[in-house]
Design a protein around this ligand. Structure first.
Ligand code: CP
Length: 326
């Protein structure tokens, strides 16, 4: 695909023959390796285009309904920026209390409503399976921006894009996931997506009560990927190519006392990284609370702010693909 801001070369219409046209993005299990490669290829073109011209008219005339029932900065804003950089428009619904959801309207009715006004919908909701419900009823492509402790597939696509752009490959990487692996939907999606690549090794570092859920472990094992569990980071740090740190998700604990027991269990500081490779990277889906100290930000291996930017290019690619314009 060539992207251009030159009006002589604007696309004439939607490519309905594309396998991506009208596709929902709900969970990473729907992707083949070729799909991931294609999204990353388009994202890389989006990155070059934004760096060259800032934006284009690829999605002119298209409208995104951006529906967030849970707080978000990166996912919400990067989808809005993605749509606007491609010349489209956005209906932002950032607080459920400002919509008829506050009056008791169901996800189904809300999805049907937004399907009348928009061409594509992004939804974040605290209930696992909520995006599937919206997708079954909206009549437009629905992109899951996080369904409770379920999945965050666009984050996994941007996480893998980050690894590819920063390290030049995905095959053969040793990826260490640290923190709240029980409640962190980003790591559920990322572990599953990494099974599409050859020779990836996964380390899970978490206290016992925050371990990776068994269904994710079973899926990854069925794909033949090596997984090892630890309660400390030290044994695996030296071999790690990607240190993926996550926030302890306070909002998902049954009681404040349970949260207090594990709060601050892993804190990455400059001295933590002294035994790490020179060419490894530190990632975090963000927001961080205190699990990476601000002193780490100056380390060139700290890739988490660059990761946010890669996310916009991946979301530009996804919007263009599902709307048949890539
Ligand atoms: N990574 C991520 O989902 O961030 P937000 O919660 O800010 O969208």
């Amino acid at each position: 695909m060539r992207i251009t801001s030159d009006s002589d070369h604007l696309p004439l219409g939607d490519n309905k023959a594309s396998a991506w046209y009208g596709r929902h993005i709900l969970k990473v299990g729907q992707f083949t390796r070729e799909d991931v490669d294609q999204v990353h290829g388009v994202a890389a073109e989006m990155q070059r285009m934004v760096q060259r011209t800032g934006g284009c008219d690829l999605l002119k005339g298209k409208i995104l309904a951006n529906m967030f029932y849970e707080p978000s900065t990166r996912t919400s804003c990067s989808f809005m920026a993605a749509m606007q950089r491609l010349g489209g428009q956005v209906i932002p619904i950032n607080e459920a209390k400002s919509s008829s959801v506050a009056k008791g309207e169901s996800i189904i009715d809300t999805a049907v409503t937004l399907g009348c006004y928009a061409d594509v919908m992004v939804i974040r909701n605290p209930t696992v399976g909520s995006a599937d419900l919206a997708a079954a009823n909206a009549g437009i492509p629905v992109l899951n921006a996080g369904d409770g402790v379920g999945e965050h597939p666009t984050q996994a696509l941007l996480d893998t894009f980050t690894m590819r752009q920063e390290l030049g490959k995905l095959d053969g990487l040793t990826v260490t996931l640290v923190g709240d692996l029980k409640n962190g939907r980003t790591v559920h999606s990322l572990a599953r997506l990494l099974t599409k690549f050859d020779g990836v090794k996964l380390n899970y570092v978490a206290p016992e009560i925050l371990r990776m859920p068994q269904d994710v472990v079973d899926e990854v094992a069925a794909a033949g990927v090596q997984q090892d569990m630890y309660e400390e980071l030290a044994p695996v740090l030296a071999d790690t190519d990607v240190l993926y740190v996550t926030r302890i998700q306070k909002e998902r604990f049954a009681t404040p006392e349970d949260y207090e027991k594990v709060k601050g269990v892993f804190v990455i500081a400059p001295e933590t990284l002294t035994g790490a490779k020179d060419d490894m990277i530190v990632m975090h889906p963000l927001p961080r609370v205190n699990e990476i100290t601000v002193e780490v930000d100056a380390d060139p291996r700290a890739a988490y702010f660059r990761q946010m930017e890669y996310g916009m290019y991946v979301r530009m690619a996804l919007l263009a693909l599902v709307l048949g314009r890539a």
